[in-house]
Design a protein around this ligand. Structure first.
Ligand code: SF4
Ligand code: SF4
Length: 293
C-alpha cells in the first residue's frame, strides 16, 4: 500500500481539485482529507457518513459551583481572562480556556475539574469512489496536527483491512505542524503550486520541508499559462531540489465549474484537455511509485 500526500505550501492552488480527480483515477484506494482546519474534499466526493469518532485533545477547566466558595483566586491567576464571576460562584468561559491548569493548582477548594476536551470529530464515510476518512476540528480548537495523525492512522487501518493499493491524502496548506503530521512517512509528496510570487515562495518552503523529512517530492504547476516567466522560475527551482515537474495544468474555468457541480474534474468533463492532463499526471505517479500493481 502506497501513501501519497498532496500538499501546496499555500491554500487556493487547486490542490483539492487534483486530489479529487485522483479519487476517480486511482484503483483500490482510501481517501483521507487531512486539511482538517478547512476540509473541502467532501464537497466534490459527496461522502455518506458511516461512523463518527470523537477527537479528544487537550484539557479544559470546569468549575464545580457546589464546591466553589467564590474566593476569586482562579480568576486572578488566569492569564487568559477565561474565568468570569457569576452571582454565586465563578465559571470558565469555554472559548477562552487555554487548558494551562493554573486555576486547578491554585483553587483552595479543589473545585475545578480538568477533563479532556472534545476538540473535533473523525468521520468514516463511503463515496462513489471508495472509502473516505475525514475530520472536523471544532472552532477555536487546537492540535490539528494530532487530528491529522488520527485521520492518517484511521485511513491506514481502513486501507490495511481492505488490502488497498493506495492511501491518498489531501494535505493541509502551509509548512506547520499539521503539514508535518501529514507528510511524515509517506511514500511521495505531490506539491501543487501556481505561478505567483507567493506560490513560488511557499513552494520552496515546502520543498525544504520534504527534503528535511526525506520525502520524495513531485510538482504540478497549476494555471501555468497565467505567468509563463514565473512558471519557468518554478521549473528552475524544482531542478535545484531535484523535484520533477510531472504536469502543468492550464488556467481553466472548468475547475470552478466542476466544483460548483460538486464533482471531480475528471468526472465532470472526462474528455476535456484538463481531464486528459490530470490522468497523465496520475499515470506518472503510478509509474514513479510502482503503486497500484
Ligand atoms: S479558586 Fe476555586 S473556590 Fe476560588 S473562585 Fe475559583 S473555583 Fe471558586
Ligand atoms: S486552565 Fe488556564 S486558561 Fe483555563 S481557565 Fe484555568 S487558568 Fe484559565
Amino acid at each position: 500500500m502506497k501513501e501519497i500526500v498532496i500538499i501546496s505550501g499555500k491554500g487556493g492552488t487547486g490542490k483539492t481539485s487534483v486530489t479529487g480527480s485522483f479519487a476517480v483515477l486511482a484503483s483500490n484506494k482510501v481517501m483521507a482529507d487531512c486539511d482538517v482546519d478547512a476540509a473541502d474534499l467532501h464537497l466534490i466526493l459527496d461522502p455518506v457518513l458511516l461512523e463518527q469518532h470523537k477527537f479528544m485533545s487537550g484539557h479544559e477547566a470546569v468549575i464545580n459551583a457546589d464546591l466553589c466558595d467564590s474566593c476569586g483566586l482562579c480568576a486572578d491567576f488566569c492569564r487568559f481572562d477565561a474565568i468570569e464571576q457569576l452571582q454565586d460562584s465563578y465559571a470558565v468561559k469555554h472559548i477562552g480556556c487555554e487548558g494551562c491548569k493554573v486555576c486547578v493548582e491554585v483553587c483552595p477548594q479543589s473545585a475545578i475539574d480538568f477533563p479532556s476536551s472534545h476538540s473535533g470529530d473523525c468521520y468514516h464515510s463511503t463515496t462513489e469512489y471508495g472509502p473516505m476518512i475525514h475530520a472536523r476540528l471544532k472552532a477555536g480548537a487546537e492540535n490539528s496536527g494530532k487530528l491529522v495523525t488520527q485521520v492518517r492512522n484511521e485511513a491506514r487501518q481502513c486501507g490495511n483491512e481492505m488490502n488497498a493499493s493506495w492511501v491518498i491524502i489531501d494535505g493541509p496548506p502551509g509548512i506547520g505542524c499539521p503539514v508535518i503530521s501529514a507528510i511524515t512517512g509517506v511514500d511521495l509528496a505531490l506539491i501543487v503550486t501556481e505561478p505567483t510570487l507567493s506560490g513560488k515562495h511557499d513552494l520552496e518552503r515546502v520543498l525544504q520541508l520534504s527534503k528535511h523529512f526525506s520525502i520524495p517530492a513531485l510538482i504540478v504547476i497549476n494555471k501555468w499559462d497565467l505567468n509563463i516567466k514565473l512558471s519557468a522560475e518554478i521549473e528552475a527551482l524544482a531542478a535545484v531540489y531535484s523535484a520533477e515537474i510531472i504536469g502543468k495544468l492550464i488556467y481553466s474555468p472548468l475547475f470552478n465549474l466542476a466544483q460548483i457541480a460538486g464533482l471531480p474534474v475528471v468526472k465532470y468533463a472526462p474528455n476535456s484537455q484538463e481531464a486528459i492532463e490530470l490522468t497523465a499526471i496520475w499515470q506518472k505517479i503510478e509509474s514513479i511509485t510502482g503503486g497500484g500493481e
